[in-house]
Design a protein around this ligand. Structure first.
Ligand code: AMP
Ligand code: GLY
Length: 423
């Protein structure tokens, strides 16, 4: 099979790494890829959101399967464009990708499916939003309704914080058009889990759970990021909880999407809060998480390629997935300054030594090769240093042993990945 992976981050490196191990694979391309991906796939200089060029390339190269990493091309209709061109695509249609693109849509689907989630209301009028906030009291959560690069959510601990969020989002439009409406939610309390299910429109198979670390600093301090590290499996997410999430959230939502004429095919990523009353849905994403994908791929024993094909072909009911009895943990190395402004072009040394630590796998995110062959940082999140172990502690120790072999003055990482499970 000839496969094209779309995207160029750590998630796509992990997908390429797993696909490259498949005996079914004959040729792997990645658009646009990165320096690490180029070791397992042929990288092509097409942006992940350039749908016409991706379709033209896939047709020209007789691609058998397009695998989409990030959400943006999905919300722009890459899966639909593939279908129209007779190309097989792993990832949801634009109509189904609304589960990530619109918070209101997600809440309506969750309510219709009876899935447990926070109580909510939507407002297009700032005065009405303020009145609702005063009626409900703090803590309360204010969200811009559209896509806001993961920055549109304010968990307000006081009324004045919540009212300031209304002013920022709706009146000052700090997230642009995404702030034309807001969703205001009850504040849920508990531990957060990222849960993944492989879906073929009708049937869902659990892909397992991971815990992300969204804040930039140790002890979960500082601003939010795309994710500074992850581990899998999270010990609090028991088999019974997984069964509960499949029965009360994933399967009913899949059925509701099919009923609405937008069957969901691809990876459904449920952000969950494990509350005292059980797991509740925070939000959906329509793709793998980054860096959660990396730790899941390290634990997957089954061949990824037939699993993705079964999801495309509606054949998951006859499929199962096997997992290694291992723990995986990943530490993100980011450029100094991230998630604020950061410099590009600093040189990274020591990667070969880091990659030789037993049980360690290095995934690239924002990297490129300079003309002289040196590896340079080109993004905010730059590398993911991952390791597996019989215990989570072994995985953590191996990952940090590799981190400590890196020679990169322009980078930093959190030193406490996995702390919730290890203390
Ligand atoms: P989102 O952009 O929807 O993933 O939200 C970002 C973060 O805000 C989540 O990861 C949670 O930590 C937090 N959050 C969102 N909604 C709620 C809620 N209803 N209750 C508590 N925390 C929330
Ligand atoms: N790590 C969270 C995400 O991919 O959205």
């Amino acid at each position: 099979m000839r496969v094209l992976v779309v995207g160029g981050g750590g998630r796509e490196h992990a997908l390429c790494w797993a696909l490259a191990a498949s005996p079914l694979l004959t040729k792997l391309f990645c658009a646009p890829g990165n320096a690490g991906i180029s070791e397992v796939a042929e990288c092509v200089a097409i942006g992940a959101e350039d749908i016409p060029s991706l379709i033209a390339f896939a047709k020209d190269k007789a691609i058998d399967l397009v695998v989409v990493g990030p959400e943006a091309p999905l919300t722009l209709g890459l899966a639909d464009a593939c279908a129209a061109a007779g190309l097989k695509c792993f990832g949801p249609s634009a109509a189904a990708a609304r589960l990530e693109g619109s918070k209101t849509f997600t809440k309506e689907v969750a309510d219709a499916a009876g899935a447990p989630t926070a109580a909510w209301a939507r407002f297009t009028d700032a005065a009405a939003a303020r009145a609702y906030i005063r009626e409900k009291g703090a803590p309360i959560v204010v969200k811009a309704d559209g896509l806001a690069a993961g920055k549109g959510v304010v968990v307000a601990t006081t009324l004045s914080e919540a009212e300031a969020a209304i002013a920022d989002i709706m009146e000052d439009r700090i997230h642009g058009a995404a702030g034309a409406s807001v969703v205001i939610e009850e504040c849920m309390v508990g531990e957060e889990i990222s849960f993944f299910a492989l879906c073929d429109g009708e049937t869902a198979l659990p892909l397992g759970a991971a815990q992300d670390h969204k804040r930039v600093g140790d002890g979960d301090m500082g601003p939010n990021t795309g994710g500074m590290g992850a581990y899998s499996p999270p010990p609090i997410f028991t088999d019974a909880l997984q069964q509960d999430v499949m029965d009360r959230i994933i399967r009913p939502v899949l059925a509701e999407m099919a009923r609405r004429g937008a069957p969901f095919k691809g990876v459904l990523f449920a952000g969950l809060m494990i509350t005292a009353e059980g797991p509740k849905l925070i939000e959906f994403n329509v793709r793998f998480g980054d860096p959660e994908c990396q730790v899941l791929m390290l634990r997957l024993k089954s061949d990824l390629l037939p699993a993705l094909l079964a999801a495309c072909d509606g054949e998951l009911a006859r499929f199962d997935l096997r997992w290694e009895a291992l723990h995986a943990l990943l530490v993100v190395m980011a450029a100094r300054g991230y998630p604020g402004s950061y410099a590009k072009g600093s040189e990274i040394r020591g990667l070969e030594a880091a990659g030789q630590v037993p049980d360690v796998q290095v995934f690239h995110a924002g990297t490129a090769r300079r003309e002289d062959g040196a590896l340079i940082a080109t993004g905010g999140r730059v590398l993911g240093i991952a390791a597996t172990g019989k215990t989570l502690k072994e995985a953590r120790d191996a990952a940090y042993a590799a981190v400590d072999l890196l020679d990169w003055s322009g980078g930093f990482c959190r030193r406490d990945i996995g702390w919730r499970a290890l203390t």
